[in-house]
Ligand binder design. Structure first.
Ligand SMILES: [Fe+2]
Ligand SMILES: [Fe+2]
Length: 256
């Protein structure tokens, strides 16, 4: 797909999108490595108590292999394109920092976090595609957006299976959604005034360099929020149409 891109014609915004996305994709490997390990641990935990749930966990761990391969294609393509354009290469320091594996968390929260991360990624790539004038670059961004959207569907399906099993409370899904939707939440990415400083891992959406982009703020916020509401409906069966409703239901479920 790179051969179809006329590198000389790319705008500064296109270049920044490619560079940012290449760095962001570096965090997908630790995400997938962690998911594979966690899914197998969960499979063993449920094997005798709930064999169907154990099978779901193993299916999720197995699928993560194909997910990781697709993300590696994104990472390699975007970073190779970045080097062809002559953009600043990823330093060893950044590479090692972005490869940190996230601390383990509850499986439902993990799956919902990944589903929401894919929502944000897909919307961002669609936005990049909409601005790209070069037909080859537009096609590449659209393809990656479609891949991320498909990943989202898988994560939603696995999360739904966990809730449907009755072994995981939907409040875990709402907790993660609230983290994204709350005022100053993750959905605003690196446009936020205050970003949590972590020593444990890198959330790609916190690490995008946005100063040079000619946008007034985070892009496609409404679309991302609506996609999160749709994901919650599929996972929990509960209809939401605002961040406040999600927060209210979540607080109700945790007993506040
Ligand atoms: Fe990706
Ligand atoms: Fe993805």
């Amino acid at each position: 797909m790179i051969d179809a891109i006329d590198i000389e014609s790319l705008s500064e915004t296109d270049k920044l999108h490619i560079w940012n996305a290449g760095r962001a994709e570096l965090t997908t490997k630790p995400g997938a490595d962690r998911l594979a390990r966690l899914a197998d641990t969960e499979c063993r935990r449920w094997q005798t108590k709930n064999p169907i749930l154990a099978a779901v966990m193993q299916a999720c761990g197995t699928w993560s292999r194909y997910w990781n391969e697709e993300e590696s294609f994104h990472e390699a393509t975007l970073n190779h394109l970045s080097s062809l354009i002559g953009l600043e290469p990823v330093s060893n320091e950044t590479f090692i920092e972005f490869r940190q594996i996230f601390p383990d968390d509850d499986m439902l929260r993990t799956l919902v976090l990944l589903a929401l991360s894919e929502i944000v990624a897909s919307a961002n790539y669609s936005y990049c595609a909409s601005l790209a004038k070069d037909s080859g670059l537009k096609k590449l961004f659209k393809q990656i957006a479609a891949d991320e959207s498909q990943h989202m569907s898988y994560f939603i399906s696995f999360a739904k299976a966990l809730v449907d099993s009755g072994e995981y409370s939907p409040k875990g899904a709402l907790a993660v959604a609230h983290l994204f939707l709350r005022e100053g939440g993750e959905i605003h990415g690196s446009y936020r005034q205050k970003i949590e400083q972590r020593q444990t891992h890198v959330n790609w959406w916190d690490s995008l360099k946005v100063e040079a982009l000619q946008t007034d703020g985070p892009v496609e916020i409404e679309r991302k929020a609506n996609l999160i509401f749709a994901a919650l409906k599929q996972i929990t069966g509960i209809h939401f149409s605002s961040a406040a409703e999600v927060e209210e239901k979540w607080l109700e479920m945790v007993g506040c």
